[in-house]
Design a protein around this ligand. Structure first.
Ligand code: NAG
Ligand code: NAG
Ligand code: NAG
Ligand code: NAG
Ligand code: NAG
Length: 708
């Protein structure tokens, strides 16, 4: 996963631009029906699939992946191993290689100099943990930011909160000089690459992004919990690596916009989507003295008056700068075009024009990566084993099942985007759905995001999987998900490999599970996301891996086998109305007036067409008319293509879905009706007006595909 899912957003906002990102009220309705049936009733094929999941073999796959160097460009061995497992399980497997632009760390250091001339080095190295074998390996990967610029800068520094556009604008309002300074920003909220972009856009010459224990809730060393490896709290020296690509502008290989990175492909200048200033990540132990040096200098946290400004370290989180206190940040990177390997496996169905793609990335920032993404990688090996049990029993899928193990996701969804660009015609002709699993497990709480037509099948199948407590409480993961997620299905923004599919108009879903308040702290993108952590704290016994894997397998099975595709187009109309109501509220709270009647009319046309399609489905089933069922299935497969708006969103043509997209300044969290909403948010009323028409047209195109 490119980004941590932790997006805490509470309290007041200081600026109207935060309304969208930080407000939580929505007209979307949670799914609240309780699961009454116990124990779950499974069909014979479902039973075979669910019983194939074995925590002992999942543990074996997790151990394998947890001891390989899988950094993009270094991951061929794990690719070949993955291909061999899928081949053993009856899939027709090949490696799809692309030659992509990547960057690697060469040399880095940070030091602070005080007005009296004293200089102190700041630690940028993660510790060796005696109990955790992979942390001491010679090929352990240093802390760095993918695609960061090379540079060696010395300057006074300021604290800029989370580094959002609104944070920087607040500093400008307060008269803080950012030009020529180094910006210290805490992780969380928006994607890290956008923090660096915002610092750069405001004239900063370097950036440091640190982890703050204020994001760890109750489970902190300050609250008396022991740190890893002795307890569940974050290790004070854990560092979050990660990419600093400008993700909300364009994912994929930065040098091949819109076309696949084959060897010898022409290369574009990447400078519009990668930073021009150097940056490094820091642990909370390392950053604390730097924050303390700012105490009493510049505006205080109270004067800044922004949500999530002060964190939990022993400092007052003043902005600074502290006169004469300087930071020297040296970061030297090497850019190279390197081969990366997607593993692609086919189990072809009897209907060659209908395809389900199930994907997970394989690359990591560290030797381990047992949450991100080895938990998902282990699940996909076990899933292939389950499908082999079913084919051994005589089953053939109706639709093609394609498994994908993506490379270079961490740098910016590179492997999946290049593959989608390479096969976009076949994909848009045949693909019914893309199912993504990235971090299958970083904690015990299941979370689901999906395009609206997959909400019903997704949550219905939750009821068929026994919750990982072994059913001791007679609970399915539907019940545990109700408790943990309140019945809310997320809207797809970005941050994982579904992005290339969504913005090609393909139904998509993302499944995983993470931690919440009180759960052990997962050290996202740190060398301490390891097999040892997972088997000790994250998922001892690998039961959560098993449950999430059973769910994904049942979902793949139903989409590949059900005679009528379990695609709920009527729910798309329900969601569109809720997004529209959210938009109306947003416009009402802004300084603008905008007529969205055309949008409302298009949604009602869509609703009517969806009802008619459903009626046609019922008729086809009643008559048992195979040809008519096929017609309905193809409408369900294709209607999403209508939502794609050629030319894409303003200044970011990759993002073409008119209904949802990652926010320009979130990179992660989704914005609905992005063209309209961001037009209002960033004072571009003409764009907003233009996108009322474009979104309405897109909805009418989708409605037209459903027309009976
Ligand atoms: C902080 O911001 C809020 C919301 O904009 C405002 O109501 C409040 O008066 C501000 N407080 C101070 C101390 O400026
Ligand atoms: C970085 O700059 C410092 C002085 O600011 C210098 O001592 C050091 O040699 C430089 N490092 C590189 C790799 O240029
Ligand atoms: C499966 O389908 C794909 C895509 O149409 C095709 O390239 C491949 O050759 C097929 N494999 C088999 C074994 O038929
Ligand atoms: C769980 O369900 C079983 C039947 O499957 C029943 O015998 C048992 O009493 C139930 N346990 C609890 C705690 O409800
Ligand atoms: C698998 O589950 C069993 C209990 O069902 C447990 O005893 C065993 O330790 C687990 N194995 C692993 C490798 O986690």
């Amino acid at each position: 996963m490119l980004l941590s899912a932790l997006v805490l957003a509470t309290g007041v906002s200081a600026c109207s631009r935060d309304l969208l990102v930080e407000k939580r009220h929505t007209h979307r309705q949670p799914i609240t029906k309780r699961n009454t049936e116990w124990p779950p009733v499974l069909s014979e094929p479902e039973t075979i699939l669910v019983n194939a999941f074995d925590n002992v073999t999942i543990d074996e796959w997790a151990y394998y992946y947890g001891h390989q160097n899988k950094l993009a460009g270094y991951g061929r061995e794990a690719a070949e191993w993955t291909a061999a497992r899928w081949t053993e399980n009856g899939f027709d497997t090949h490696i799809a290689e692309y030659h992509v632009y990547l960057s690697y760390p060469v040399e880095a250091s940070i030091s602070v100099t005080y007005p009296d001339g004293r200089t102190a080095p700041i630690n940028i190295v993660e510790p060796v943990i005696a109990e955790d074998d992979v942390t001491s390996r010679e090929d352990t990967i240093p802390t760095f930011h993918g695609y960061s610029a090379s540079g060696n800068v010395t300057a006074e520094f300021i604290y800029a909160g989370r580094g959002s556009i609104a944070d920087f604008e607040r500093l400008v309002e307060l008269g803080v000089e950012i030009e020529g300074k180094i910006a210290l920003m805490r992780y969380g909220g928006l994607f890290r690459g956008l923090k660096v972009k915002n610092a750069q856009d405001h004239g900063a010459i370097g950036a440091v992004i640190f982890t703050d224990p204020g994001d760890d809730g109750e489970v902190t060393v300050a609250n008396g919990y022991e740190a890893y490896p002795n307890g569940p709290a974050r290790h004070p020296e854990a560092v979050q690596k990660g990419s600093t690509l400008f993700l909300s502008t364009r994912p994929g290989d930065p040098t091949t916009p819109g076309y696949p990175s084959h060897e010898g492909a022409p290369r574009a200048d990447p400078s519009g989507v990668v930073p021009q200033i150097p940056s490094l990540p820091l642990s909370y132990a390392a950053v604390e003295p730097l924050l303390q040096a700012l105490n009493g200098h510049g505006p205080t946290a109270d004067e800044v008056n922004r949500t999530i400004w002060a964190g939990a370290l022993e400092a007052d989180y003043s902005v600074g700068p502290a006169p004469g206190v300087t930071l020297s940040l040296n970061n030297q990177m090497e850019e190279r075009i390197e081969p990366v390997q997607n593993v692609i496996a086919f189990l072809n169905g009897t209907n060659s024009d209908e395809t389900i793609v199930i994907g997970n990335h394989r690359d990591t920032w560290m030797i381990g990566g047992n949450g991100d993404p080895n938990s998902g990688s282990a699940v996909l090996i076990e899933l292939s084993k389950a499908f082999k049990r079913l084919t051994d029993s005589g089953w053939t899928p109706t639709r093609n099942i394609v498994l994908a193990s993506w490379d270079a996701e961490e740098y910016g969804l590179v492997g999946s985007v290049e593959w989608v660009e390479d096969h976009v015609n076949w994909l848009t002709e045949t693909t019914v759905a893309y199912l993504n699993i990235d971090v299958a497990v970083s904690g015990p709480r299941v979370s689901l995001s999906a395009s609206p037509e997959l909400h019903t099948i997704g949550t219905d199948l939750f009821k068929k999987v026994v919750a990982p407590n072994g059913g001791a409480f007679n609970e399915s993961i539907y019940d545990s998900w109700q408790r943990d997620a309140g019945g809310n299905v997320g809207v797809l923004g970005s941050g994982s490999d579904y992005t290339g599919f969504v913005h090609s108009g393909i139904s998509s879903l993302d499944i995983g599970s993470d931690g919440g308040d009180g759960d052990p702290i997962w050290m996202y993108h740190s060398n301490m996301d390891t097999y040892h952590w997972m088997s000790t704290f994250g998922d001892p016994g690998f039961y959560q891996h098993r449950a999430v894997g059973q769910f994904l397998t049942l979902l793949g099975y139903h989409l590949a086998s059900d005679e009528v595709l379990p695609i709920d187009v009527q729910n798309y109309a329900v969601e569109l109305r809720a997004y529209r109501d959210d938009l109306a509220d947003f416009i009402a709270a802004s300084d603008y007036e905008l007529d969205i009647a055309a949008l409302s009319e298009a949604i009602e046309v869509f609703g009517t067409r969806a009802d008619e399609a459903k009626a046609l489905e019922t008729l086809a089933v009643t008559l048992d008319d195979k040809e008519l069922i096929r017609v309905v299935n193809h409408k369900y497969r294709d209607f999403q293509r209508g939502f794609i708006s050629q030319g894409g969103l303003p200044d970011r043509e990759f993002f073409r879905h008119a209904i949802f997209a990652p926010g320009l300044d979130t990179g992660y969290a989704a914005v609905t009706f992005p063209g309209i909403t961001e037009g209002i948010q960033y004072d571009r009323l003409e764009d907003a007006e233009d996108w009322v028409t474009k979104a309405a047209d897109a909805i009418l195109r989708a409605a037209d595909i459903l027309k009976t």
